[in-house]
Write a protein of this length. Sequence first.
Length: 416
Amino acid sequence: MKAISVLGSTGSIGTQTLQLACEFPDRFKVVALTAGNNLDLLLEQILRHAPEAVALADGERVAELRQRLAALDPAHQPARLPELLGGLDGLCAVAAWPSADLVVTGIVGCAGLLPTLAAIRAGKDLALANKETLIAAGPVVLPELAQSGSRLLPADSEHSAIFQCLQGTPWADTARLSTGVPTPGLRRIQLTASGGAFRDWPAAELARATVADATSHPNWSMGRKITVDSASLMNKGLEVIEAHYLFGLDYDHIEIVIHPQSIIHSMVELADSSVLAQLGWPDMKLPLLYCLSWPGRLETPWRRLDLTQVGQLSFRAPEPAKYPCMALAYAAGRAGGTMPAVMNAANEQAVALFLEEQVHFLDIPRLIERVCDRHRADLTARPSLDDVLAIDAWARQAVHEAAAQLSARTPAALPA
Ligand code: NAD
Ligand code: MG
């Protein structure tokens, strides 16, 4: 029986992980949960899984959660009442919860950084969904992993595909993951991208893209931020940096290919030119289950892949002019140091402004570029954790300043 903690339990990754715990009750036991502020769903999860500890990011609402648990009819009380914690300290305490074997990181954004580090420092293995943490703080996270011996198992479907392809090769070894050292014999990574909500839109039409347009993904059902990132292809840009840190390849050997069917989840090319791919329906439960069951595999009754039903698998190169976020991410990755943290924070803030209809979809790359340009002269090559936290806060503020300039100069850039 593996004991798991789920950070971000009320989100898309979190709820799918908890479904797996329900599907495999003899294999996985949920010992700790954290959530942002969705109390209704969190309450249901506490009743269903009876965790030992629960933390709410919104510490102000812990008392309300305690009251609601106490007010439950005794017949509906959970088997045991969890320890209730709040705020960032509470999230970190739950991330390091002693009885957990594996921590699933389903918090969205750089907000996951400190809880992830708390889990690493406690020596926990991690199922990494919260890619922003690695992108913002790769130079901090990698040495911490080496020191604690925690293993970072990729839950992102593309990185899981690469990890799965590398199993069975002589270098299939999590000790090589996230060391910054190139995986021997791995020559090239091809990350597949669905193309997101706008894959069939001509570039010229993007000027009229609305929040509703950008948040409807053709293949995957995910949280709002990552769905917008998919539409801009920033998600793939972030994944290029994630792949760099996980598998140690330089940026010239990590490529993006648009694959609208999302059946091939990524490919690796090995030294002898052989290309390996992992295939499956687009469903995050599979990469999540692989993290939970690794190095084994569990039998599932899930719908089996039928390529005759899919019919065609197609591929094309992404158009750089349509997806400027891609080049911004490669440039930030190549610059290294604090630049990926700046780019990531600028993207998070720009996407938040877009979702609030404060800026246009096409303003997202404009804002990121301005903020990265401002940072170039101040780049720190080997940042500390404090450097990363400070630069993350600076970049968010810089986006607000740049957005104010954009709207002052071009009011037409704002949605009607
Ligand atoms: P989501 O928005 O559905 O869920 C986010 C979770 O984090 C929620 O539980 C929310 O309450 C919590 N949260 C939000 N802000 C927080 C804060 N400041 N502090 C603490 N908790 C907070 O997001 P998601 O789609 O599940 O994505 C989670 C992470 O997984 C992201 O990093 C995303 O890039 C990655 N990921 C998601 C998918 C997917 O299919 N959803 C696939 C690959 C990677
Ligand atoms: Mg992905």
